[in-house]
Each structure stands twice: as C-alpha cells, then as structure tokens.
Design a protein around this ligand. Structure first.
Ligand code: PRP
Ligand code: URA
Length: 216
C-alpha cells in the first residue's frame, strides 16, 4: 500500500464559525484566543477519532457486566505545540487529551529569509516508537517551520504515521513539502488557503497568529 498525505477539513459549523472569527481583522485578542482554543478543541476531537489508542475490557454497571472500550493509559500520547502560536491551540487539545505529555518546541521565522530557527527544544532525546504525537501550529505557510519540527521529531524516533498535525490555515507550499517528505502523515485544518505572499503571509489567512494571540 502506498501512503499519501491526508488532509482533513472537517465540515463542522463550530469549526467554520471560529475560523471566521479568527480571520476577522476586527476580532480583538481576547476573542482571537477563544477562537484558537475552540479550534484546538474541535480539530483535536476530529483528529482523535482514529488515532487515540483504545483497549477492550468489561465494566460492571449497577445491573450487569458489559463490554467496554477505554482509552489505553499505557500508550504514550504527546502534544507538541510550536511556540508561540501553537500555544493558542494547546488548551483545547489538552482538555481532550489530559494524559498527554506536552513537549514545547520554540521556532521563529527570520522576517527576511523566512527560515525558522529554534530557540527552545523540550523534546526528549528519544520517543517510545509507539508514541502518538499531535503537533499544534495554527499556520502552515512556506512550510519551513513544520518541516523543521517534523525533522526534530522523526530524528528522535517519532513515526510520521502515528503523527497528527492540528492547524487552522494550511497553504500549498507547506502541504507540498509535507506530502513529499512524510506521505503517511495526517493533517486536520480548518481551511486550506490559496497562496503565500512575498512576505510569507498566507492570503487570505488571518494575519500573524502569534501576535494576535498575545496582543503584540
Ligand atoms: C508562525 C506560525 C508558524 C510559522 C509558519 O510562527 O505560528 O510556526 O509562522 O510559517 P512557515 O510555514 O512559513 O514556517 P512565527 O515564526 O511567526 O512565530 P510565532 O508563533 O512566535 O509568532
Ligand atoms: N505565520 C503567521 O502567523 N501567519 C501567516 O500568515 C504565515 C505565517
């Protein structure tokens, strides 16, 4: 079976609503943060559907024993927010994945070259190869940052097939690079926009996500 990058844009009214709020230039920081939290929550909910490891067991209801499915507490789950903007999606994701370990990765683009550099790396030296990894970053633009993050993760033993990316706006340059390098990867995004402009901003996009989350 040949693997192919899969990109899901869940057709959910709550995701559409919060994307519209986030896109609106008139949305103040406090509401923009709410939009990111909600998008983090609903996109993670979608991503978890066929990704969260479960185990089959039985439970005793007050009336009888019956078959039951539980989240497998032994299987490692990791969330990797790409700072700063990925922090905006973290709270919503963490609500649904309370047992996940959170590993922060700080990347920032050089405004002229658009190349990312890493200023914080809290990843472990090696991941258990069974670890399910969920990366949060609202913007996949030129693809430099997500490719740098994926390189750091796979170098430490993460399996791209067990990896999910939760983002808000994805653009073709990033998707093309991910598709070529990591065909088994699955992405959940609120939208795929058409272009990235000469300054590296997604159009129509939603502007600078990190600045809008933190009011800077
Ligand atoms: C933004 C965004 C992504 C990156 C996407 O981060 O959160 O990480 O740009 O762009 P790319 O696909 O062209 O690499 P930024 O570097 O602005 O840092 P910030 O999150 O601290 O604002
Ligand atoms: N980073 C952002 O925050 N916004 C973009 O449009 C592109 C990269």
């Amino acid at each position: 079976m040949t693997l192919q990058l899969r990109i899901y844009v869940p057709p959910h009214p709550l995701i559409k609503h919060w994307l519209a709020v986030a896109r609106d230039a008139a949305t103040p920081s406090v509401l923009f943060r709410t939009a990111m939290t909600e998008l983090g929550r609903w996109l993670t909910y979608e991503a978890a559907r066929e990704w969260l490891p479960t185990l089959e067991t039985t439970v005793n209801s007050p009336l009888a024993s019956c078959p039951a499915t539980l989240i497998d507490p032994e299987m490692p789950i990791a969330v990797v927010p790409i700072l700063r903007a990925g922090l905006g999606l973290l709270e919503g994701a963490q609500t649904l994945l309370p047992l996940a370990s959170i590993y922060h990765l700080g990347l920032v683009r050089n405004e002229e070259t658009l190349q990312p550099s890493c200023y914080l790396n809290k990843l472990p030296e090696k991941f258990d190869p069974q670890t399910r990894v969920l990366i949060t970053d609202p913007m996949l633009a030129t693809g430099g940052s997500i490719m740098a993050a994926m390189a750091e993760l796979t170098h430490r033993g993460v399996d791209p097939v067990l990896t999910r990316i939760v983002c808000v706006v994805a653009a073709p340059p990033a998707l093309q690079q991910l598709s070529a390098a990591y065909p088994g990867l699955i992405i959940y995004t609120a939208t795929i926009d058409e272009t990235v402009n000469d300054q590296g901003y997604i159009v129509p996009g939603l502007g600078d996500a990190g600045d809008r989350i933190f009011g800077t």
